[in-house]
Ligand binder design. Structure first.
Ligand code: HEC
Ligand code: HEC
Length: 293
């Protein structure tokens, strides 16, 4: 918060305190006599008394004003005005973060010294990994890493780029960019339909590579997806023969993928997360598809 707003709030508080004090004292009536007075207002024969404020009430009001002034001096806690006790909410928060970081630093040092494959079976480490995943990755991959349209499932055995520790680490560190070119200029609508059917067949009835579409697949697609459509992790080209789909396996979606191309983006995290956290996340993702460990 800028000092302007701190001063603004402090000034408003002081002004209200002064006004309240003035209001209290200017309206105070000290009557020595015991006789009852009225304000002169009469409603249907009911008269309004004009008694002084009860003294217990008056004293409590004064005490709370004194308390407010003392509180304001001791800890305003606003931005650059720490008050006599030197307390600010920001300062308190920073201290707590520093303490928490120190407490976890030791923990993370231990994690760093452990290989991904053994870290993956450390239940405490994985509990922490799940939290980091929830905060940074779940927004795209889902809270259980089950993925969704355009975002790969990280808990199955189907990998675009590979499920070994080093490939997972590379995916997280550097990010990934899937480049599936658009073919609508190369294939006319009939060609697109035939190719869509061919791709569908790859994972169901089996595809006949001697058909015109099969020959076209070998020419246009095999370089990335492999001659049998089983994919290529060097290119991040998905396996088209396994009935697991990044963008959906119905004819409409497959045709979309082929006609317009796809470009899935996994953002790089090396500049967002510490090396220790990425190490822990690597182990976390590693064990998701190996639950028996
Ligand atoms: C903005 C969305 C987004 C976020 C956030 C994100 N990812 Fe991804 N991630 C993707 C997409 C999209 C892909 C697939 C890229 C492609 O299509 O080539 C991917 C791919 C991956 C892969 C490769 C999967 C494979 O099959 O090879 C891994 C591993 C991965 N992400 C882990 C993570 C982790 C761990 C985090 C959290 C630190 C994370 N991702 C955060 C969108 C995201
Ligand atoms: C340059 C390499 C490359 C070529 C050539 C290529 N693809 Fe792809 N294809 C990819 C990549 C990479 C993806 C994943 C895109 C992503 O991650 O967003 C993909 C995705 C797809 C998908 C979506 C898969 C899913 O799981 O939803 C289909 C379908 C597909 N390609 C079919 C084809 C067909 C048919 C051809 C030939 C006409 C072809 N591809 C040619 C690289 C290629």
């Amino acid at each position: 918060m800028s000092s302007f707003w701190s001063i603004w709030i402090i000034a408003l508080t002081v002004i209200s305190l002064v006004l309240i004090t003035w209001l209290l004292f200017s309206n105070r009536k000290i009557t020595g006599s015991k006789e009852t007075q009225t304000t002169g207002h009469v409603y249907d024969g009911i008269e309004e008394y004009d008694n002084p404020l009860p003294s217990w009430w008056f004293k409590m009001f004064v005490v709370s004003i004194v308390f407010a002034v003392a509180y304001l001096i001791a800890f305003p806690g606003l931005g650059n005005f720490p008050g006599l006790l030197n307390w600010t909410s920001v300062g308190k928060w920073e201290k707590e973060v520093a303490e928490a970081e120190q407490a976890t630093a030791e923990l993370y040092k231990g994690f760093m010294a452990t290989e991904v494959t053994s870290l993956a079976s450390d239940r405490n480490a994985m509990r922490l990994g799940k939290r980091i995943f929830a905060n940074n990755c779940a927004i795209c991959h889902g809270i259980n890493a089950e993925g969704s349209y355009g975002f790969p499932n990280l808990s199955d055995h189907d990998w675009l780029y590979g499920g070994d520790a080093e490939q997972i680490r590379a995916s997280i560190n550097q990010g990934r960019s899937g480049v599936m070119p658009a073919w609508k200029n190369m294939l006319d609508n009939n060609g697109l339909e035939a190719m869509t059917q061919y791709v569908k067949n790859l994972s169901s009835t089996g595809a006949d590579s001697t058909t015109p579409a099969g020959k076209q697949f070998a020419m246009l697609c095999a370089a990335c997806h492999g001659p049998d459509g089983s994919g290529n992790q060097m290119m991040g080209a998905p396996n088209l023969a396994d009935n697991i789909w990044l963008y959906g396996g119905d004819a409409g979606q497959i045709k979309q993928s082929i006609a317009n191309g796809r470009n899935g983006q996994m953002p790089a995290h090396h500049d967002k997360l510490s090396e220790e956290k990425i190490h822990l996340l690597t182990a976390y993702v590693y064990q998701l598809s190996r639950p028996s460990r």
